[in-house]
Design a protein around this ligand. Structure first.
Ligand code: MG
Length: 302
């Protein structure tokens, strides 16, 4: 086991392999984000969000630009049909790559007003898309095309692509960012990275109860993440939370115990489980894409 892993609780040892070691797969990004795995060709699509590009890495073909401009695409995921769905900070929309390769806007308004700049998303097993809508794409010229904020706040939404229905399910957060469900989908974790703009504000992950697959209640702080902020994160089959931070991927048990850190040599931004056995953790960082094999698997679909 690498010395680049710090263990605070023995439960982390069970999640590691004897040869678990961080590997760099690709570099050259300005701000990596939103990794998503494709088992069909063993590839990872990831955003270079501040350089307005979408990238694809595979072990046989290396790293390539596949969309430029990407309209400041940030978080990526796959829907139940395996199609790529994503947050477009520039188009202020949730978008989907159709089978013919065209990108389609699925939703860009709530109550008739434009969204801010969706940042990250997750697809629930019923096909609904849950996403965060902070204002970063309006505020920073390297994260979107600017424009007026039309929404009353930075909300978390539940969107049903089958019906077009959209609801603001969380309105109490300052700058919601990453999202993930617990394995049984009874809990929704959402990070708040408002400390990026205001150091006295938040750098934590909150956890909420999901009721009837569509309502949210009883939010509380799950873990305060430092150094830096928890941008994107993922949950494994046991309910452990793997989150990005300024110095490492940090691991928390479902009960909130801090299990330890997998050090990354630069700011990490997001991660996803992939590989043929779903046990490879792919990590986007400021400039690079990394991977580490683990003795656990991710829960996300497909
Ligand atoms: Mg993010």
């Amino acid at each position: 086991m690498s010395e680049a892993i710090e263990i605070y609780d023995d439960r982390l040892k069970n999640l590691l392999l004897p040869d678990s070691k961080l590997q760099k797969l690709a570099d050259g990004a300005v701000h990596g984000e939103g990794p998503v795995y494709f088992h069909e060709d063993d590839s990872v699509i990831w955003s270079d969000a501040h350089d307005n590009r979408l990238l694809r890495w595979s072990p046989t073909e290396g790293n390539q630009v596949i969309r430029q401009p990407s309209h400041y695409q940030s978080g990526n995921y796959r829907d139940l049909q395996g199609r790529l769905v994503a947050c477009s900070q520039g188009q202020r929309a949730i978008i989907r790559r159709e089978d013919n390769g065209e990108w389609r806007v699925l939703v860009d308004r709530y109550q008739g007003k434009r969204l801010n700049s969706p940042n990250d998303l997750v697809v629930k097993s019923d096909g609904t898309i849950w996403f965060s809508d902070p204002t970063f794409g309006l505020t920073y010229e390297n994260q979107g095309y600017g424009g007026e904020q039309e929404q009353a706040g930075d909300f978390v939404y539940r969107f049903d692509p089958k019906t077009g229905e959209i609801d603001a399910v969380i309105k109490e957060m300052a700058k919601p960012n990453g999202l993930a469900f617990s394995p049984d989908e009874n809990l929704l974790y959402v990070s708040d990275t408002s400390a990026v703009e205001h150091p006295q504000q938040h750098h934590y992950i909150r956890v909420y109860q999901v009721v009837d697959n569509r309502y949210i209640k009883e939010g509380r702080v799950f873990a305060i993440i430092e150094p830096g902020e928890p941008d994107g994160f993922r949950v494994d089959i046991h309910g452990n939370v793997f989150t990005s931070s300024a110095d490492s991927v940090q691991v928390y048990a479902p009960d909130g115990t801090h299990l330890g850190k997998i050090f990354v040599p630069e700011l990490s931004t997001n991660l996803t489980f992939g590989g043929r056995d779903k046990n490879i953790l792919f990590i986007t960082a400021k400039t690079s894409l990394y991977a580490i094999a683990l003795n656990t698997k991710g829960v996300q679909q497909p």
